[in-house]
Design a protein. Structure first.
Length: 147
């Protein structure tokens, strides 16, 4: 009888390990991507900005696009696309603006990968563009470009 109990105990332990292991495998690794946005001068002022995309362990996705020094009138609406999708718009105030989307709040956030483009446009004219990179890679590229 004790041999039977040991076998059952081993089987229960294996079942627990399999259950715990499969839940760990299904958890998503967190990811963070960013891009420096740049463009040509508009009426003598060069616009800039940044984009950040992240995904948490639980799969919550967030994207943030910030623009500054955009020399266009207040109230100008810029369209934003990222990772192959039109994701929204930014309304300028004093040459700046921001778009933030969070899937936890019900927003549709595209799934992004390193190398995906981010574009900010005024009508059909692209004014800012950048390429998402792993957070550390983007910072290295900026440091190297500053030399």
């Amino acid at each position: 009888m004790s041999k039977f109990i040991r076998i059952i105990s081993v089987l229960v332990a294996v079942a627990i390990l399999v259950a715990v292991g499969s839940s760990l495998v299904s958890a998503q690794a967190p990811q963070q991507l960013q891009a420096r946005l740049s463009g040509s001068a508009i009426n003598g002022e060069t616009p800039g900005g940044q984009a950040e995309w992240s995904q948490s362990h639980s799969g919550i996705q967030r994207i943030s696009i910030e623009v500054e020094d955009v020399n266009l009138p207040n109230g100008t609406v810029l369209s934003v696309s990222a990772c192959g999708a039109d994701i929204g718009s930014i309304t300028l105030a004093d040459g700046s603006g921001e778009l933030e989307l969070n899937s936890q709040n019900g927003a549709t956030v595209p799934t992004c990968a390193a190398g995906d483009p981010v574009t900010v446009a005024n009508g059909g004219t692209t004014i800012l563009t950048g390429t998402l990179q792993a957070k550390g890679e983007s910072e290295k590229g900026q440091e190297q470009g500053d030399d």
